[in-house]
Design a protein around this ligand. Structure first.
Ligand code: ADP
Ligand code: ADP
Length: 238
């Protein structure tokens, strides 16, 4: 059974723009799917629909067989499913809460979504998440503006894995980084997926990166999937 199943998803913005136009795909447990397309093709909209930050106009999203796509399912999703589907955003430095230390950013999903933990247990858990992403404990007391871009990216990833998700949605997670930090973060993401058995929906405009990180890819053009296949196949007929 697929972990995630998206069928005939459609999203029109208030200005009339049809950003996602009848998209269907599935992600198996442990699979990494690349979502590739030019700027404006609808990648972010699609990833925000799947991550349930936006409501679709039409179509279905099923997670482990349960419907999570409808507005009626929103409360159920927030209460039960949010820990299983986490997001890592582009430009971590800009999307982390500027008033949160690294510690509080990582602890936030746990505080909001998990059962209450005592402070000692929470600190232990946050330090473990930080260690998983190669973030030194001394950095946990810093605010985003006191961290490098690569360190902020690590905080964003530690935050997302803090609730042990089954699916990670990564929206151009290395786009704001220099090449060195970029390759470090990609290696980190590959290792985390191996170790934790997570599935990825990995959004990128960069075929080279998708080929490194993903098993399969779908190509989006004007809100529609125009090609799908394993990375090598798609590469051979451009
Ligand atoms: P991508 O991530 O591939 O760059 P987006 O999903 O951000 O694509 O955008 C898809 C299309 O929807 C673009 O034409 C964009 O201009 C439009 N769009 C994105 N967000 C909004 C919005 N809030 N209101 C209206 N149009 C939007
Ligand atoms: P609410 O915003 O009402 O708490 P949700 O549970 O749907 O509802 O969303 C969680 C909020 O946390 C969203 O506003 C989202 O933008 C924000 N958020 C930021 N980063 C993450 C993350 N990694 N995982 C989940 N939510 C996140």
């Amino acid at each position: 059974r697929p972990l995630l199943e998206v069928s005939n998803l459609r999203k029109r913005y208030a200005n009339g723009h049809l950003a996602v136009d009848g998209v269907s795909f599935a992600i198996a447990p442990g699979e990494s799917l690349g979502l590739i397309g030019e700027s404006g093709s609808g990648k972010s909209t699609l990833s925000r629909l799947v991550g349930r930050l936006l409501d679709p106009d039409d179509g279905a999203i099923r997670f482990e067989g349960r419907s999570i796509g409808t507005i009626g399912a929103r409360d159920f999703f927030r209460a039960e499913q949010r820990p299983h589907i986490q997001l890592v955003f582009q430009d971590a430095a800009g999307s982390l809460n500027p008033r949160f230390t690294a510690f509080d950013s990582i602890a936030d999903p746990v505080r909001r979504l998990g059962p209450a933990r005592n402070p000692g247990a929470l600190r232990h858990h946050v330090e473990k998440c930080a260690a998983d992403v190669g973030l030194a404990p001394a950095l946990l007391d810093r605010y985003p503006h006191q961290l490098s871009g690569g360190q902020c990216a690590r905080v964003g990833i530690a935050r997302a894995i803090s609730v042990d998700p089954k699916l990670l949605i990564l929206d151009e997670p290395t786009a704001a980084l220099d090449v060195l930090a970029q390759s470090e973060i990609l290696a980190l993401l590959e290792r985390l997926r191996r170790e934790k058995g997570m599935s990825y929906l990995f959004v990128s405009h960069d075929l080279h990166i998708v080929r490194m990180i993903c098993d399969r890819m779908v190509i989006l053009q004007n809100g529609k999937i125009v090609e799908t296949g394993n990375c090598e196949e798609v590469f051979q007929n451009p």
